[in-house]
Design a protein around this ligand. Sequence first.
Ligand SMILES: C[S@@+](CC[C@H](N)C(=O)[O-])C[C@H]1O[C@@H](n2cnc3c(N)ncnc32)[C@H](O)[C@@H]1O
Length: 263
Amino acid sequence: MWVRHLTRQISGTNIIFCFVYIEDSLSTLVPVLDASMITWRRVTALWLFIWLLSSPTSTLTVHATTTEAMKNMVEKVRSMPSRFEKIAYIFNELSYTRGAEIGVWKGDMARHVLGHVPSIQKYYLVDPWKHQHGWNKPFNKNSTEFAVVYAAAMSATDRWPDKREVLRGMSAEMSSRVPDRSLDFLYIDGDHTEQGTRTDVLHWWNKLKVGGGMYGDDFIDGHHHGIKFASTGVKTVITKFAKASRSPLHDLGGLHYVVFKVR
Ligand SMILES: C[S@@+](CC[C@H](N)C(=O)[O-])C[C@H]1O[C@@H](n2cnc3c(N)ncnc32)[C@H](O)[C@@H]1O
């Protein structure tokens, strides 16, 4: 518990996995002969862990995102039925502190994360909340409806005025308001067309710290909302991006994904 507390203080991202990773690695090197070996292994792991914490963390987080512990976490999340539960569970496990949701609608995800992930200090809400000419998706409402949707998003998150930061505008324009490499997570849930997904990834990936994760919904391609709406291209774009950037991609189930930033 105190290790978790310590890592939260120092990095706020997923350094907790480094301790698990070091211990795992030592356990393959040092076979357990009796109970005292376990204590020595833990003490050595702790010593290495603290020593590594005093060096730049990028190498640590790279390892962290590839550990068995991370894979186990993803496996566990895959069986959870609710997207809110999946996201809050991972964000808590990784002690995330700062992130952005692209495409907020009525603020249901924002409310859930702010209410269930106590480590969050800053949550950017990015959405124009306005009708977009040419965006042929079911969430494109008229201005009267969007006024109601915006009010709902504000009331869903007004319990956390110091944590939320509302960036009302298109994702490509609002990204300049967020410092590069400052975020632990992105939750991309705005324009799911192929072009829209590409735009979001291009403008937001650089906002993530090494060790952070880009999450999103609608990990699927095709006419997911029916033939009268524009086709979704999230799966193609995210899969190609993960491959090209050599970043681990995990399907979290329920049409959710995560791409970890490891370099
Ligand atoms: C599927 S809803 C978001 C649902 C929300 N993430 C949740 O979990 O409850 C899509 C939202 O994306 C917004 N949106 C569409 N295009 C966008 C863009 N280019 N930048 C930011 N937001 C966008 C829409 O205004 C709409 O509110």
